[in-house]
Design a protein around this ligand. Structure first.
Ligand code: C2E
Ligand code: MG
Ligand code: MG
Length: 714
């Protein structure tokens, strides 16, 4: 359907044109106007398809009419044909300027009128069609754009929701340590208001945790690689501590640059509790809930590791009830069980917190008595235990009571490892039984002989120091990255007359006990520094020398002063000296020790914690301790490939050490497999038989001159 409008002041023309227009196509509506003004008023509400107007009209000419028509909103693409006579060229120009589309010459040729009008109509229809296609396309495009945006918004909202509801703490921080993102779970756990983004990560869990997390983040920034996951304890808003396993991985942009570190911590408190429960079951006797043989061995292992280093000796008491079999027969098994439990309770009440009471099975108990200063100590203790059992009130009103026999073995004299101690205490226990029970025996047959031997040894040691019978062996320490020897630990040896070279296990405990350790270790310090200075003078590669300090010496002497003095005397650069201390030095005045250590570090010497991991509170206190190296105890390295617990401890120590900016050294490395593991965990240095046993100074110098001990890693 088309609408054609005709404007002409002459009625004849109007009629002719109207007739012609009506013949153009079937479905045409024609409106004619004599007055342009009237036409414009009408047109304001219409959408015509073609307008034909005369040029010469009395009230308003064609150009003016078109100009005003073009101002109407729906007129834009409407073709307008103007009818003029030939001579009126200037008029035609005006008409064009006003927006005319085409001209017809007057007098009008009818055929031309129809053809022209039909073409213009068709063109207009096309234009309209195109325009509507274009709008619908634009609309479609807009619709799909909008729905894509919605989909995107939906999916990222859904993702955020998922991230917020996961029972995992998820956050991301930038290089400056400021939070880029924190999920709702973490915000709730930390008890924060919503606005943590842009703040330092400390706001989440305090300065300590924040600093550690930031240090680890830096490692990820530097390496661009995720960290192996590690376990940590974090205190939440309500003061409750949870255990998390934490992973840190790099967030990269399109150009593969690290822009942040994503930290996710999975709460494993419940799992830990279950594990703890299982571990408790594995380590305790179900009848009495006392530690079992496994846990006893474990405790001995710790005490032995500590005792290597001047901690006081300890005693193992093996206790067997006398005549329990007949009690069991008399009362029956379940009453027998109750009897055992009652004995366990009595014993539990008789020991101190640092001792360990274990049930080994049947009517056999063991007690580890820590810090035994003399055999009298152990004897008194055994006597007290015997009394405790003998004076127990009659069992459940039956009047039945029992006595016990005790065998005692003392570390290190009666055995260097747990198995030997158990075996020897057992032998001693049988001797006690042979004495009709209610009796205790030491493993060592003759206590007086032992005391005599001690006195002899004390004298020999003193003379040995005067006569220069002591010497140092050196064990290489190898840098895992370069494969080169970077240090040596000085280990004390005694060339004992008539015996030969003996290790510190034989004499260290005595020297500690008598105080001879103080002058002895002063000699060690001086000798080691002198030797290291000699290496430097003869142009060997720069290596550190490690000196073991005894806790006794550390507490008795003003260590920083002594070290400064020896360095001045020997001329050794402070950075070439590494002092090894065990965790046990903190026993006593923590502040005073920390102060001494700080002074030592200020001198420029290195301070290592030796046998790290064998102490009780190691991971916690090392954060506050001014040291710069950790030496992982060899007992953890030994089972590194077979015991997942040890592997986890080693990993934790390395991660913790690095987060505190400490170098980590592993000692007791004996196999290539252990070495590979340590390398994979990122350990810095290694020491052990794999690279070399402790050797004489000459041998060490020869070794230093030779090839690197390890092919450097890529
Ligand atoms: P430490 O400081 O932990 O020294 C490492 C001990 O492990 C040394 O025993 C060393 O020979 C041994 N070792 C090294 N690599 C391996 C290995 O691959 N496998 C095994 N099974 N053992 C390895 P050593 O020389 O008998 O010294 C024992 C302890 O005596 C030392 O333990 C240290 O605590 C103490 N000590 C040694 N020299 C001195 C000293 O001059 N002063 C003081 N106060 N204590 C010393
Ligand atoms: Mg050492
Ligand atoms: Mg050690």
């Amino acid at each position: 359907m088309s609408l054609i409008v005709i404007v002409d002041d002459r009625v004849t023309n109007r009629n002719i044109f109207a007739k012609l227009a009506a013949s153009i196509e079937a479905d045409v509506t024609v409106r004619t106007f004599g007055d342009p003004e009237e036409a414009l008023t009408w047109l304001a509400g219409q959408a015509p398809d073609l307008v034909i107007t005369d040029y010469k009209m009395p009230e308003m000419d064609g150009a003016e009419f078109i100009r005003r028509f073009r101002l109407l909103p729906s007129s834009v693409d409407v073709p307008v044909v103007v009818i003029t006579v030939y001579e009126e060229r200037s008029f035609r120009l005006r008409a064009l300027e006003s927006g005319a589309t085409d001209f017809l010459h007057s007098p009008v040729d009818h055929h031309e009128f129809v053809t022209r009008a039909r073409n213009l109509l068709k063109l207009h229809k096309h234009q309209l069609l195109l325009a509507s296609r274009a709008t619908s396309l634009a609309k479609e495009l807009e619709d799909s754009e909008r729905s894509r945006e919605r989909a995107l918004r939906d999916s990222s909202e859904r993702l955020a929701q998922v991230i917020d509801t996961l029972p995992v703490m998820i956050s991301a921080a930038g290089y400056d340590g400021q939070l880029l993102f924190v999920n709702a779970y973490q915000i709730a756990f930390a008890g924060l208001d919503q606005n943590a983004i842009g703040k330092p990560a400390d706001v989440l869990f305090g300065d300590d945790h924040g600093a550690r997390s930031h240090a680890l983040d830096r490692m990820v920034f530097e390496t661009g690689k995720p960290l192996p996951s590690y376990e940590e304890e974090i205190q939440g808003r309500n003061g409750e501590t949870h255990v998390f396993v934490t992973t840190k991985s790099p967030l990269k942009d399109a150009a593969n640059a690290v822009i942040g570190v994503l930290t996710s911590s999975l709460d494993i408190t419940a799992r830990k509790r279950t594990e703890g429960h299982l571990r408790h079951l594995a380590h305790h006797d179900p009848l009495t809930d006392l530690p079992n043989r496994t846990l006893l061995r474990e405790r001995m292992r710790r005490l032995i590791a500590r005792a290597r280093r001047g901690d006081q000796p300890f005693a193992l008491h093996l206790l067997d009830l006398d005549g329990f079999k007949s009690i069991n027969d008399l009362l029956g098994h379940s009453a027998g069980d109750r009897f055992i439990r009652a004995v366990g309770e009595r014993l539990r009440g008789a020991i101190r917190a640092q001792d360990t009471l274990a049930r080994l099975g049947g009517d056999e108990f063991a007690i580890l008595q820590a810090q035994v200063t003399s055999t009298d100590d152990a004897a008194d203790f055994a006597r007290r235990i015997l009394e405790t059992i003998a004076t127990t009130e009659g069992f459940e009103g039956t009047g039945l009571r029992t006595t016990a026999s005790i065998g005692i073995a003392i570390h290190p004299d009666d055995g260097l490892d747990g198995e030997d101690l158990l075996k020897n205490a057992d032998l001693a226990m049988y001797r006690a039984k042979a004495e009709q029970g209610n009796f205790f025996c030491f493993y060592a047959a003759d206590m007086q002989a032992r005391a005599r031997n001690d006195a002899l040894l004390d004298g020999e040691l003193r003379r040995g120091l005067e006569n220069g019978e002591f010497l140092l062996h050196y064990q290489p320490q190898v840098d895992l990255a370069s494969g080169e020897i970077v240090g040596a630990e000085a280990l004390l040896r005694w060339n004992r007359p008539g015996v030969g070279i003996v290790g510190p296990g034989v004499f260290l405990a005595r020297a500690e006990e008598t105080g001879l350790i103080v002058p002895l270790n002063e000699w060690v310090l001086r000798e080691a520094c002198r030797e290291a200075k000699r290496w430097q003078r003869v142009g060997l590669p720069p290596v550190r020398v490690g000196v073991n300090l005894s806790p006794v010496q550390f507490h008795k002497r003003q260590m920083p002063l002594l070290v400064a003095k020896v360095l001045a005397e020997t001329g050794l650069e402070p950075s070439r000296l590494d002092l090894e201390l065990t965790e046990s030095i903190v026993v006593g005045d923590f502040e005073a020790v920390a102060n001494d250590l700080r002074q030592l570090l200020d001198l420029g010497v290195h301070v290592s914690i030796d046998d790290f991991g064998t102490g009780y509170s190691s991971l916690n206190y090392v954060k506050k301790f001014p040291v710069d190296r950790l030496k992982i105890d060899q007992s953890f390295i030994r089972n590194l490939s077979t015991d997942p617990n040890d592997a986890a401890i080693v990993r934790a120590i390395i991660t913790l050490g690095h987060s505190l900016d400490l170098d980590v050294v592993a000692e007791g490395v004996e196999t290539a497999e252990q070495l590979a593991r340590l390398r994979a965990e990122g350990c810095d240095e290694v020491q052990g038989y794999y690279f070399g046993r402790p050797m004489s100074a000459e041998d060490f110098v020869a070794l230093l001159r030779s090839e690197p001990l390890l092919a450097a890693s890529a």
